[in-house]
Design a protein around this ligand. Structure first.
Ligand SMILES: Cc1cc2nc3c(=O)[nH]c(=O)nc-3n(C[C@H](O)[C@H](O)[C@H](O)COP(=O)(O)OP(=O)(O)OC[C@H]3O[C@@H](n4cnc5c(N)ncnc54)[C@H](O)[C@@H]3O)c2cc1C
Length: 364
């Protein structure tokens, strides 16, 4: 039977699972997405900052080249789903403690083929009139996008549903069933679903389910903190990344800060949230009171080579991996390639999938 007619089960409604469902769903496919939470993006996707950029990559590396392709693919997604505009904004301003470091950043990004410009104090204060301590210079990236991760995942999934995908919330996959090295189904909290193709897009749960099959993906969970503040009025227009804070404000005026976090930090997330409230008050003329809504830790699914894991797993026929970091940036692009791979056997132009069981690169 052609794979298009067969049932394909996707596990997880984070950014990877919803992007896979979005690209794969059609009248010709039979897609069933299983999510243990009661809504999309209840894993780390719902705790992401939402910055579509390449600035945090290392130019020249394989991962950076992949980020660039994924970022350049975003306009096509927005063209297909124009409602994304209603929860995204354009442009970022980034600066370091010294002008020299900021200029170095500009050179690095230009050398990497990106469209960035150096802006001076006058331009920065025009771009961000509420910023109090204006740096001498900043790197402005007009093409960067700030996106609401929860609304993005929700939009992708509702479009997939309209195209025929079945979505089952509040149902947990307890195991992936196999026979003779092939996938045969998934066991969930409500019973067995038979299938010979499973897309494992369960974020940190991907590692758990793979380990049950004896597969060590080498996933490293990297925690980070997302702080959310309520505000009545707008005062930040772009993504701002300075020495003291990485911050953005969404169109509903919620303020988001992304901050590093590790388990042996003594300060609990809520206190860090309170501390950053003072940083915001010091950095901006804020037109109305700010209050902390939530301080949440999310565990980013990373791998030692900074590459995502997308492709058929060598050890089990019919098992497809779709996870990694930075998922907001990568997932829509990679899911498009993965759909071609799964449905049509096209060899997508993405990095190899390796597991610790199979240390040799395995081209999908
Ligand atoms: C503070 C912070 C800031 C970030 N900022 C950015 C950013 O600006 N840009 C960017 O690109 N990335 C960012 N990230 C990273 C990004 O959030 C992740 O790379 C991405 O969300 C991973 O998506 P995922 O779909 O693999 O995982 P998840 O979002 O965790 O999705 C997995 C889903 O699977 C479900 N699930 C798990 N196990 C099972 C099971 N057994 N049965 C059924 N369902 C299951 C979970 O409930 C979950 O909904 C940030 C992360 C953090 C924490």
């Amino acid at each position: 039977m052609p794979l298009q007619k067969r049932r394909i089960v996707i596990i997880g409604a984070g950014i990877f699972g919803t992007a896979m469902a979005y690209h794969m769903a059609s009248p010709q496919t039979n897609i069933v997405l299983i999510e243990s939470g009661s809504a999309p993006a209840c894993g780390v996707t719902g705790r992401a900052f939402g910055w579509i950029n390449t600035v945090h990559g290392r130019p020249g590396s394989e991962s950076h080249a992949l980020w660039q392709k994924a970022v350049r693919d975003y306009p096509a997604l927005i063209q297909d789903l124009p409602e994304i505009r209603s929860f995204s904004r354009g442009g970022s301003l980034l600066w370091h403690a010294s002008t020299q470091e900021t200029e170095h950043l500009l050179t690095t990004r230009r050398d990497a083929g990106e469209t960035v410009e150096l802006v001076d104090r006058a331009a920065i204060s025009r771009l961000e009139p509420h910023l109090r301590h204006i740096p001498e210079t900043a790197v402005f990236s007009a093409d960067d996008i700030a996106i609401d991760p929860i609304r993005l995942a929700t939009t992708l999934l509702s479009t997939a549903r309209r195209r025929g995908a079945t979505v089952r919330f509040d149902e947990t996959v307890s195991s992936i069933e196999t026979a003779n090295g092939h996938v045969t189904g998934v066991q969930t909290s409500t019973g067995l679903i038979e299938t010979d193709c499973v897309v494992l897009a369960a974020g940190r749960g991907t590692d758990v389910l793979a380990k049950q099959l004896g597969i060590d993906l080498g996933m490293i969970l990297s925690p980070a903190l997302l702080l959310r503040y309520a505000c009545q009025q707008p005062f930040i227009r772009h993504i701002l990344d300075g020495p003291r804070v990485e911050v953005r404000q969404s169109l509903d005026n919620t303020v988001f800060i992304a901050e590093s976090w590790h388990a042996d930090m003594e300060e609990p997330p809520s206190l860090i949230g309170a501390r950053f409230l003072s940083v915001l008050v010091d950095e901006f003329d804020i037109p109305s009171p700010l209050s902390l809504i939530r301080a949440e830790i999310g565990h980013r699914p990373t791998f030692h080579d900074n590459l995502p894991r997308i492709g058929f797993v060598p050890e089990v026929e019919g098992l497809y991996l779709a996870t990694g970091h930075p998922g907001l940036i990568l997932a829509p692009y990679l899911a498009r390639l993965a759909t071609r791979d799964i449905l049509h056997g096209d060899m997508p132009d993405v990095p190899n999938v390796t597991t610790n069981n199979d240390p040799l690169p395995h081209k999908i």
